[in-house]
Design a protein. Structure first.
Length: 403
């Protein structure tokens, strides 16, 4: 019997064909490696029925684990603010079950004002995203201060994109902020009390002593007869020097204490300070105060007065200015207090604290004064183009009876 033993032989590949196959194999290996390492989460296969997209479960899983382990809420919203996806952390924040959260509207966790803010934010969110703070209302009605970070995701063929959202609990940050504000407030109060004490000591003790020495030197100058020559001249010089010292100590104690403000009121006290500054330094000061509807609260008056003193000290020390303008008035819902000089200016953006506390304490204390009365202070300056200090205090904080 004849056994047919004919081995089927594979056709031999040509050298060019072999190179092409090797390159295809290398490409396939690389794709496999990328899939295994999670670098790829979808594959497009071009077949007879056109390109088909396959999502890879394994790769998606890596992100899902990451998002679930986050200590922040993570969501994706449709353009109509419907929740497509939320992690467990967000469900905990709103004290609800995840199944109830997903598919519902995100708006239900916001107050009417915050819904409006969300709508406006969604309209203007650009590719780089944006952040804002709201109060999240949980299912039991409790409120949680949060920061929302928005970022547009895929557009899915429509004009409006789905949105990725990260929700950060701000309770701790708010508490720290409040503690810091209370501390700042206390520092300013202590500083004010200390200034008062030093002013009192200067006025009641040092000035009295200087005056006593001044009278003695006056008596000495008068007792010495003209033919005692240089001794009499020295006694007269001594008396003059002491007289100037008494004036300077008086000026310092006057500026330290709040009496001038209490006696004259803000506008007159600013006029007094500006005139004294102008006479002493030769720098012209223009003061413009527009009538406010209601008198300012005492703590605001004190804050503005101290800011002016500190700003004028800086003009004298650093600015080499010829003119200073001081303006107090209303700007929309704010009281605006601004001090400009036309001096050398400085780079206010230099350093991490943008001009605050560049070695000195003046700018820092001005910021603190503004914050203490619920306001903000903005410093604008650049080398060789003068300096502007602008304080804005909401009217609601600012006046004794705001109207
Ligand atoms: N009006 C100004 N013109 C030019 N430079 C200024 C002006 N105000 C502040 N600066 C600059 O900012 C720095 C910080 O000012 P700040 O008042 O905080 O400190 P200081 O005046 O140096 O010291 P201190 O106020 O504690 O006596 C100054 O050293 C100066 O370089
Ligand atoms: Mg200073």
């Amino acid at each position: 019997m004849k056994r047919a033993s004919q081995k089927s032989r594979a056709p031999r590949a040509q050298p060019g064909e072999l190179a092409r196959l090797r390159s295809a194999l290398a490409e396939a290996n690389e794709a496999l490696r990328a899939i295994r390492s999670g670098e790829v989460d979808a594959v497009v296969v071009v077949g007879k029925r056109g390109p088909q997209v396959f999502t890879l479960q394994g790769a998606e899983q890596v992100y899902r684990v990451l998002i679930e382990s986050m200590n922040e809420g993570a969501l994706t919203l449709t353009p109509d603010k419907m929740i497509l996806y939320a992690n467990h952390c967000f469900a905990r924040m709103v004290k609800s079950r995840l199944e109830k959260v997903i598919g519902g509207s995100f708006r239900r966790y916001l107050s009417a004002d915050d819904r409006l803010m969300l709508r406006k934010s969604l309209k203007r969110v650009g590719a780089s995203g944006l952040k804002f703070q709201v109060l999240l209302i949980a299912s039991d009605g409790s409120k949680l201060p949060v920061q929302i970070s928005l970022k547009p995701l895929a557009k899915n063929g429509t004009r409006r994109a789905t949105v990725g959202m990260v929700v950060t609990d701000m309770t701790e940050a708010r508490r720290t902020e409040e503690m810091l504000r209370a501390l700042t407030h206390r520092v300013v109060q202590v500083q004010e009390a200390e200034r008062g004490r030093v002013a009192y000591e200067l006025h009641d003790n040092i000035t009295q002593l200087i005056c006593a020495v001044l009278f003695r030197s006056q008596a000495l100058a008068e007792k010495l007869s003209p033919h005692e020559g240089t001794s009499k001249i020295e006694a007269i010089k001594l008396r003059e020097l002491l007289s100037r010292t008494a004036e300077e100590v008086d000026r310092i104690s006057h500026n330290l204490g709040p009496n001038v403000l209490e006696n004259l009121g803000l506008v007159a006290a600013m006029g007094d300070t500006s005139a004294e500054f102008e006479n002493r330094t030769g720098v012209s000061v223009k003061l413009t105060c527009t009538q406010l509807k209601a008198p300012l609260a005492a703590d605001i008056e004190l804050a503005f007065f101290r800011i002016l003193q500190e700003a004028l000290r800086n003009v004298e020390k650093h600015a080499s200015a010829r003119n200073v303008s001081v303006r107090l008035g209303r700007q929309g819902e704010f009281i605006r207090f601004a001090i400009n000089d036309d001096g050398v200016g400085f780079n206010a953006d230099r350093g991490p604290d943008k001009g605050k506390g560049r070695g000195g304490l003046g700018l820092l204390s001005m910021h603190e004064r503004a914050i203490c009365v619920g306001g903000t202070l903005t410093l604008s300056s650049a080398d060789r183009s003068g300096t502007e200090i602008e304080v804005l205090v909401p009217l609601a904080h600012g006046s004794v009876a705001s109207n």
